[in-house]
Design a protein around this ligand. Structure first.
Ligand code: 2P0
Length: 330
């Protein structure tokens, strides 16, 4: 239901998230329903801040991201905002002003935090009050991973099976303070990646001989990760998360043309993390559709992991983060 928001303006912040059990592939491209469920952690130090202002005089929506007009992104943004306009029963255009405090579109989940912050702010600007589940469903239609950034801590995205996508949403599994893992992110390249997740997924699904096996393997990985998170069993989570990440990349490597998101430093970081764990440090890696390596650390392990990854040749920057909250108004 729409209630009045006199100013027609709202601002929100949402954290990036990384999947430990990955989303890779779509069941329905139009509704952006994923082919597989996923499990992620939401971060507090990498976030998007977004302001939405209703602009009755505008004929189309506008986006300014990190100080630059981004007309190339407006079609996707408008399609997502349309879902909220429809709920509010209005047709007013919006000006969206957004800022990422980390590199955009380089495999650091900027679309996740971006669409989660957009939905949270736009909802309020339109005078709507959605449930967290409704927010997650709207955010999913902007970007699949954004459905997860609505929530903080450990989050599970359910692929769902309803033809209208109404059961395809994320839910919280565990709050950050219940298992305060930390993350070190080795940035090994800056700038936007060559192949976005969306076309990478399509190409994997249509051409990778390993794609069907990837999809079939997801339910047991989700069950194992869910159980490991509930039990706070770091070794079990490390095993399933690394296996799942490598399976996703194996499916991508085997696409035609191949999808190779890694560079040499990504691989060196992977080996460094494996050596640390063999030496007794509670850390595991995950890598998304980009060359950055994320090292997930049990409490107490971050300092040595950070120092080790910083020393890997090709690591340009090292970011660290605790787990954080879901999308919030500011
Ligand atoms: C994930 N990724 O689970 C996986 C792993 C990338 C690799 O979710 O097409 O940008 O907008 O729904 O959300 C990236 O996918 O894709 C992603 P769309 P999105 O984090």
């Amino acid at each position: 239901m729409a209630t009045s928001n006199q100013s027609g303006r709202a601002a929100a912040r949402a954290g990036a998230n990384f999947a430990l059990v990955k989303y890779w592939g779509k069941a329905d491209a139009r509704l952006n329903v994923p082919a597989v469920g996923s499990i992620s952690i939401t971060l507090d130090a990498l976030f998007t801040e977004t302001e939405v202002q209703l602009e009755p005089t505008l004929r189309s929506d506008e986006l300014v991201l990190d100080g630059k007009r981004r007309d190339e992104d407006i079609e996707k943004i408008s399609a997502c905002v349309d879902l909220l306009r429809r709920k509010a029963g209005v047709d007013t255009r919006v000006r969206v002003t957004s800022r990422n405090n980390f590199p955009t579109a380089a495999g650091l989940a900027s679309s996740a935090s971006g669409y989660a912050a957009l939905v949270r702010a736009a909802e309020t600007a339109f005078g709507l009050t959605l449930t967290p589940r409704e927010r997650s469903i709207v955010a999913r239609q902007g970007s699949g991973s954004a459905a997860r950034s609505i929530f903080g801590g450990f989050v599970e995205m359910r692929a769902g099976s309803a033809p209208d996508g109404s059961d395809s949403f994320a839910e919280p599994l565990l709050e950050s303070k219940e298992w305060p893992l930390e993350v070190a992110i080795a940035v090994t390249a800056k700038g936007e990646k060559e192949i976005g997740s969306r076309s990478g997924m399509t190409r994997s699904a249509s051409s990778s001989p390993y794609y069907a096996a990837w999809v079939a393997g997801q339910p047991p990985d989700l069950a194992a990760a869910r159980a490991a998170i509930r039990a706070r069993d770091f070794a079990a989570l490390a095993e399933v998360a690394e296996h799942n990440c490598l399976k996703m990349h194996a499916a991508a490597f085997a696409a035609l043309p191949p999808l190779v998101y890694w560079n040499g430093a990504t691989m060196e970081c992977l080996h460094a993390v494996r050596r640390l764990r063999a030496a007794g440090v509670a850390v595991f890696f995950t890598i998304d559709a980009g060359p950055q390596l994320k090292a997930v650390c049990a409490p107490g392990a971050l300092t040595i992991v950070e120092r080790t990854l910083r020393a890997v040749p090709g690591v340009l920057e090292l970011l660290t983060s605790a787990l954080g909250p879901g999308a919030e108004l500011r």
